[in-house]
Write a protein that binds this ligand. Structure first.
Ligand SMILES: Nc1ncnc2c1ncn2[C@@H]1O[C@H](COP(=O)(O)OP(=O)(O)OP(=O)(O)O)[C@@H](O)[C@H]1O
Ligand SMILES: [Mg+2]
Length: 276
C-alpha cells in the first residue's frame, strides 16, 4: 500500500487536478482500489468529485468528512433514560469514505478545517496517518492519494507524516521554483522535528504549452539541476480548457476527447506505478 501526497507550496499549479486524474486512472485502468483524501480547506477535490447538490446532501445525511478524522464528534445527544449524554466518539476506523466511481473512494474535505486550525488539538498531526493505517486495513485500499493545500499548515504536516511519497506538480511559469524551494525547506524542517519517511517520487509539469519561452526556460532550469532533472517525469500534462471546464461537471481527463492529454496521463501513471 502506498500513500502519495500531491504537494507544492504554490497555488493553482494543478495539485487537485492531478490528484483526481491519477486516482481515476489507477482505479479505471489498473483496477486499483484508490482512496482520495481531501485535506485542503478549499475542498476543490471534493467539488470535482461530487456535485454541489450531492455534497450538501452528503453533509446533511452526516456522511463522514476529513473533520471526523481530526475532530471526532462530541455533540450531546438526548437519551430518554439517562438524560443528555455525550455522543460516543466514532472510532477512526469507522470514518467511512464514499465510493464516487467504481474503485475510486473519497474522504471529502470540509470548509470547517479553516475554523479548526485555530483551535488546539493535541497530537492532531498524527491523526491522518493513524486513520490511513486503520482504513486501508479495513477496506484494503491499494493506493491512497492526498490532495493538500498550498499553504504551510497542520493539514500539510499531517499529509507529510502520513505519506511514503510525494509528487510535485509544476506549472511552467517564471516563478515555478518558488513553491518547490519552499516545499523542500519545509520538508527538511519537518525531518528535524518528526520522523518523516517521505520520499519524492518526482516532479510533473502541468498545464504545459510546449515551446513557449516560459516553458523552455523551466525545462532549462530543470535540466541544469542534478536533482530535478533526474526526478522529472517524462510525461507532461498539456494545457486544455476542456480539462478545467469538465472538472466542474465531475468529468476527468479519461472522460474527455483529447487523446494527447489521455496519453500523457496514462503514461504518467505507468511511470508512477514503476516507481512505487
Ligand atoms: N492541464 C490543464 N489544462 C487546463 N486547465 C487546467 C489543467 N490542470 C488544471 N487546470 C485548471 O487550473 C486551475 C488550477 O488547478 P488546480 O485546482 O488543480 O490547482 P491546485 O494546485 O490544486 O490549486 P490550489 O493551490 O488552489 O489548491 C483549475 O481551474 C483547474 O481546472
Ligand atoms: Mg487544490
Amino acid at each position: 500500500m502506498s500513500v502519495i501526497s500531491l504537494i507544492n507550496m504554490k497555488g493553482g499549479v494543478g495539485k487537485t487536478t492531478l490528484a483526481i486524474n491519477i486516482g481515476d486512472c489507477l482505479a479505471s485502468r489498473h483496477e486499483k482500489k484508490v482512496l482520495l483524501i481531501d485535506v485542503d480547506p478549499q475542498f476543490n477535490c471534493s467539488q470535482s468529485l461530487m456535485s454541489p447538490d450531492d455534497y450538501i446532501k452528503y453533509l446533511k445525511e452526516e456522511g463522514d468528512t476529513i473533520i471526523n478524522v481530526f475532530e471526532r464528534s462530541k455533540r450531546p445527544i438526548a437519551n430518554t433514560v439517562e438524560g443528555i449524554q455525550d455522543k460516543k466518539n466514532k472510532e477512526l476506523v469507522d470514518v467511512t469514505p464514499i465510493e464516487v466511481r467504481n474503485n475510486l473512494f473519497l474522504l471529502p474535505g470540509n470548509l470547517e478545517l479553516y475554523r479548526m486550525e485555530m483551535s488546539p488539538g493535541e497530537g492532531r498531526e498524527y491523526k491522518l496517518s493513524k486513520y490511513i493505517t486503520a482504513t486501508t486495513e479495513k477496506h484494503e485500499f491499494d493506493i491512497v492519494i492526498i490532495d493538500t493545500p498550498p499553504t504551510p499548515s497542520i493539514w500539510m504536516t499531517s499529509a507529510l507524516l502520513a505519506s511514503n511519497y510525494y509528487i510535485i506538480p509544476v506549472k511552467p511559469d517564471p516563478m515555478s521554483f518558488t513553491g518547490i524551494d519552499l516545499l523542500e525547506s519545509i520538508i527538511e524542517d519537518k525531518k528535524q522535528n518528526f520522523d518523516l519517511k517521505i520520499e519524492c517520487l518526482g516532479l510533473v509539469l502541468t498545464m504545459v504549452e510546449a515551446n513557449t519561452r516560459v516553458y523552455n526556460g523551466v525545462i532549462e532550469t530543470i535540466s541544469n539541476s542534478n536533482k530535478w532533472s533526474s526526478l522529472k517525469f517524462t510525461k507532461e500534462i498539456p494545457k486544455r480548457t476542456e480539462i478545467a471546464r469538465e472538472q466542474l461537471n465531475q468529468k476527468f481527463i479519461l472522460d474527455n476527447n483529447d487523446e494527447k492529454s489521455k496519453i500523457a496521463l496514462t503514461g504518467l501513471v505507468s511511470e508512477i506505478l514503476a516507481k512505487i
